[in-house]
Design a protein around this ligand. Structure first.
Ligand code: AMP
Ligand code: ZN
Length: 121
């Protein structure tokens, strides 16, 4: 996975590709070579950050096939430390309609700052 490919093949119709390119603003809290973390517009917990690959893919399985999921998890943990989530946090990949996915650019939800219920809704 070359960084050139990651930055030169955005989908112009994809909301999160447009955040990666900077065309749409976001409150970015951390980045690495392969991923960007920014605050969710509609937070479901005191800390709710989305961690996305720079390279477009529709869901976590596609990103995994590209070897890109480790960078997401590593960056999510860095954000959790930055945000002081020393009591833990939850990571979620909503996938497909029944999974509640509405944006079809892979995104890892990082949720923390409160006790998470189980089972989830
Ligand atoms: P999902 O339902 O897993 O596809 O989650 C999509 C998430 O993207 C939701 O939690 C939305 O609140 C969030 N979202 C949508 N547009 C934006 C945006 N422009 N900036 C930040 N978060 C967004
Ligand atoms: Zn995209």
């Amino acid at each position: 996975m070359s960084s050139e490919n990651e930055t030169t093949t955005p989908d112009p119709h994809c909301l999160f590709c447009r955040i990666v390119s900077g065309e749409i603003p976001a409150e970015v809290v951390a980045t690495n070579d392969h991923a960007i973390a920014f605050r969710d517009l509609n937070p479901q917990a005191p800390v709710h950050v989305l961690v996305i690959p720079r390279r477009h893919a529709a869901n976590a399985a596609e990103t995994a096939a590209q070897g890109g999921t480790d960078a997401l998890i590593t960056l999510a943990d860095k954000v959790a430390q930055q945000e002081g989530l020393d009591q833990g946090y939850r990571l979620v990949f909503n996938t497909g309609r029944d999974g509640g996915q509405v944006v079809f650019h892979t995104h890892l939800h990082l949720l923390g700052g409160r006790n998470m219920g189980w089972p989830p809704g």
